[in-house]
Write a protein that binds this ligand. Structure first.
Ligand SMILES: *Cc1c(COP(=O)(O)O)cnc(C)c1O
Length: 362
């Protein structure tokens, strides 16, 4: 077997090795059931215990209050860009903060369904920063306020949950959920595609405060976008992404029992990110792409300022056992995604390589 490499992919991304090992060990015969989780009826007793215990783990790990529903859906974060306005619009007005590509996609989709006010935008600075609370132009009569909590492509992260009075805050946490503790009660809706920090692609988690359910014209809502219906059916209106939910359960077990919970997870993530950002700040060969106060703990973006040198860096990094360091085309340069599953040694190896590359090419 070839050795595993340090995979800096933005998503789908690395999973913890103990999770992969357990999935492998349980592949042919899940706990005496005589079959793999992939082969089970989602209506079976054994699968029912998997989905219920995954939800219970997520509630424990994130501290999700009882008045929130947890939904296991498909269609990615992108399907939720449509579901959010459809489920939450009552007067047809919403505020959006545009801090990146995914926030903009969500905004474009919402505009099909209502009157959308741009509460803030960092687009003029190529999405290199997160607006402060004072910079948000909020509408007190909006049905909700939308933001993307971590901008995967640009490497910026909201360090605070916006204060919006009685307007519910909606957050796309696809790329920073489970990276640190958050106060769920500050949010109306949290949604995340699983493939960055939770598990395999194919699962999308929606956490929604229950008083926000059920206001739309029932007869017009596509069933698979209907949060109220999905909550009533316990995510089983149709076949849920069964295997991805099972793997999320394993990831949560790992966070809870091997890492020691989200506070400990955050400490580890901070140490990893600090190693890389401290190095970036100590030299001038590479330039960080995000403004210092807005830096993401999960996606670190930087460039040399020379596209050919960036390409050379990416090629050489692959030869040195690191993959997927090429930045998104809208930012250029490099991006190191250092989600929960990336070990400290991976970031150490990257920084060593960066130093060597800078010396040889500076
Ligand atoms: C990856 C990502 C998306 C898109 O997710 P899909 O599951 O591909 O639809 C949306 N928002 C953020 C923040 C992401 O990182």
């Amino acid at each position: 077997m070839t050795e595993r490499i340090f995979n800096f992919s933005a998503g789908p991304s690395m999973l913890p090795v103990p999770v992969l090992e357990r999935a492998a060990a349980e592949m042919l015969n899940y706990q005496g059931s005589g079959m793999s989780v992939m082969e089970m009826s989602h209506r079976s007793k054994v699968y029912d215990s998997i989905i219920k215990s995954t939800e219970a783990s997520l509630r424990r790990v994130m501290g999700i209050p009882d008045n929130y529903k947890v939904l296991f859906l498909q269609g990615g974060a992108t399907m939720q860009f449509s579901a959010i306005p459809l489920n939450l619009m009552r007067t047809g007005k919403a505020d959006y903060a545009l801090t990146g590509n995914f926030a903009k996609n969500a905004y474009k989709e919402a505009k099909k369904f209502g009157e959308i006010h741009v509460a803030a935008s960092s687009e003029a600075d190529n999405f290199s920063y997160i607006p402060s609370q004072a910079e948000l132009d909020l509408s007190p009569d909006a049905d909700y306020f939308y933001h993307c909590a971590n901008n995967t492509i640009f490497g910026t992260e909201w360090k605070y949950c916006p204060e919006t009075g009685s307007v519910p805050v909606v957050a796309d946490m696809s790329s920073n959920i489970l990276s640190k503790p958050i106060d769920v009660s500050k949010y109306g809706v949290i949604m995340a595609g699983a493939q960055k920090n939770m598990g395999p692609a194919g699962l999308t988690v929606v956490i929604v405060r229950d008083d926000l359910l059920g206001y739309y014209p029932q007869d017009k809502m596509p069933v698979l976008l209907d949060w109220k219906l999905m909550a009533d059916k316990e995510s089983m209106y149709n076949t849920p992404p069964t295997y991805a939910i099972y793997v999320l359960g394993l990831v949560l077990d790992w966070i809870e029992n091997e890492i020691g919970g989200l506070t400990e997870m955050q400490k580890r993530n901070e140490v990893k990110a600090k190693l890389l950002y401290d190095y970036l700040d100590s030299q001038s060969f590479y330039q960080p792409a995000a403004r210092a106060d807005s830096r993401s703990m999960m996606n670190v973006t930087f460039r040399t300022g020379d596209a050919d040198l960036d390409a050379k860096f990416v090629k050489a990094s692959i030869e040195n056992g690191m993959s997927n360091l090429k930045g998104h085309r809208s930012v250029g340069g490099m991006r190191a995604s250092i989600y929960n599953a990336m070990p400290y040694e991976g970031v150490e190896k990257l920084v060593d390589f960066m130093q060597k590359f800078a010396k040889e090419n500076g």
